[in-house]
Structures are given as C-alpha cells and as structure tokens.
Design a protein around this ligand. Structure first.
Ligand code: ADP
Length: 260
C-alpha cells in the first residue's frame, strides 16, 4: 500500500527534523487554563501518542492543530510554515497538510460514502472529480470497503464508518494525521479491526501521526514517543518502553496503573 503525501511549497524556513512545533502554547476557556505554556516538537514521520487523565488538554492540542480552536498565546508551526499566528489565507493553506479522524466519525450523513471522501479533495484541493473518485476507490479498497461506495454512512456499522472517516482523512494526502480517541465510540468487537488498519497505515506510510487514545496496547505498538499530560502540561515524555514500564513520574505511574 502507498499513501502519498502532498508536496507543499514552504512559506518559511523549515526547521530540520521537525514537522510540528508548538512553542509556549497557552489556551484558556474562561478562567480555565487548559494548556499552560506548552511546548513540544514532532519529527517527520513519527507517531506520537498523547496520554493522560481526562481533561488534561490532549484533545485541545489536536483541535488547535486542526484550527478548530485558537491558542491565546504561543506559536504553532507545521512543516516550516506558521499556522499560528498567521493570516487567515496562510492558516487555510497550512491546514491542508493536516487530516483528522474524530471519535464520532463526523461523516456527512446525506452523502454517499464515495462522496464523503471526494468532497474535500475537489472543493479544497481543486482536484478533478475523476481523480478524486479514483483515489477514493483506492482508499476504500485499502480500508476494506470497496463494495460500500454508494452506501449512506448511516447504513454502515460504527467500525465501517470509522474506516470511511480514515479514508476521507487520507484522501487529502495530509502530512499529519490526527487521531482523537477514534475507537472510543465503537462497540468492543469493532475496535480491533480499526486499530489493525491504523497499525498498517502507521507501518506502511510516512504520515506523521498524533494520537489521543485510551488503547494503551495500540499506543505501545505504534508510538515512537509518548507524551504524558497532566494539568495542561507535558509532565513526562519518552519511548513507549520507557513510559509504560519505567516512568519517571509518580503521576504517570498512577495514571497507568488506573488504565492498564
Ligand atoms: P482531554 O482530551 O485530555 O480529556 P480536553 O482537551 O478535551 O482534555 O479538555 C481540557 C479541558 O478543557 C477540560 O477541562 C474541558 O472541559 C475544557 N474544554 C475543552 N473544550 C472546551 C470548550 N469548547 N469550552 C470550554 N471548555 C472546554
């Protein structure tokens, strides 16, 4: 399988070895400081998992990268191009490099599976309908749903809907794939299939992944690096072996013993 990424012109100097850079990010909702002077970088092609207690700011990181919410302070750079702060036109351009799969699939219920996948490449990237459809069919084949092109999402199981959502994200040829608790809404018997698909994608593509998950086995398998969040900060980071077997912080140990 090959999932190409989109060649993108650089708008500023890329930092070698960094695809994503968050620097001194603070995000507040009212009086609640959800991210507190947070900084981290992700190297190209790496798979980074965000773990930590509920409410520690993990999903907010993904939403910031997806431009669904904006930081109060700090800068975000993706592939050498500034995402925040930046003019709206630049934000829209940089945002094309990022795809996201949500917990609740977020498919368009009134569109066929095929159209769910072709819509953004045609509307946002200006791809021709034929090219977008050819690509969508390849991706549906990849996710094991070649026979569901004409189905409406509501006729599919949760696991199938999530596969369509994964195909839809990949159709934009993103440099970065954000996965936000993508199996949390699935019936237990459907979880393994979706995780296996994501493992395949992680193994066989050069897409950089940022993943929020409660599936610690999956996190351990696919991650190059694990970031442990608490109170809007990364309190510890390291290889999955290190974090899952010999964490430095008591807080990490407590969290893992509660979820493992
Ligand atoms: P996590 O993914 O680690 O569970 P989140 O990033 O979803 O944490 O949330 C972090 C904190 O931000 C929580 O206290 C949550 O209630 C708050 N929060 C998230 N989104 C909003 C919002 N749109 N409005 C107000 N508070 C929010």
């Amino acid at each position: 399988m090959s999932v190409e990424t989109h060649p993108q012109p650089s708008l500023s100097d890329a930092q070698p070895g960094e695809l994503i850079r968050l620097a001194n990010i603070t995000k507040r909702f009212g009086a609640n400081t959800v991210l507190d002077d947070l900084s981290f970088t992700v190297a190209p092609g790496k798979h980074v998992t965000l773990i930590g207690p509920s409410g520690s700011g993990k999903t907010t990181i993904l939403r910031l990268l997806m431009t669904l919410t904006r930081p109060d302070e700090g800068t975000i750079t993706v592939d050498g191009d500034q995402l925040f702060p930046a003019p709206e036109k630049q934000i829209r351009e940089v945002r094309k490099k990022i795809g996201m799969v949500f917990q609740q699939f977020n498919l368009f219920p009134n569109m066929s599976v095929l159209r769910n996948i072709t819509e953004a490449p045609v509307q946002v990237l200006g791809m021709s309908g034929d090219e977008a459809e050819e690509r969508a069919r390849e991706l549906l084949d990849l996710v094991g749903l070649a026979d569901k092109c004409d189905a409406k999402p509501t006729r599919l199981s949760g696991g199938q809907q999530q596969r369509v959502a994964i195909a839809r994200a990949l159709a934009m040829r993103p440099r970065v794939l954000l996965l936000d608790e993508v199996t949390s809404a699935l019936d237990p018997e459907l979880v393994a299939g979706v995780l296996d698909l994501l493992r395949d994608i992680a193994r066989s593509t050069d897409i950089t992944m940022l993943c929020v998950t409660h599936e610690m086995g999956f996190a351990r398998d696919i991650s190059d690096q694990v970031l442990m969040f608490d109170g809007g900060r990364v309190i510890e980071s390291g290889s999955p072996e290190k974090i899952f077997t010999d964490p430095e912080q008591d807080r990490t140990r407590e969290f893992l013993s509660a979820v493992l």
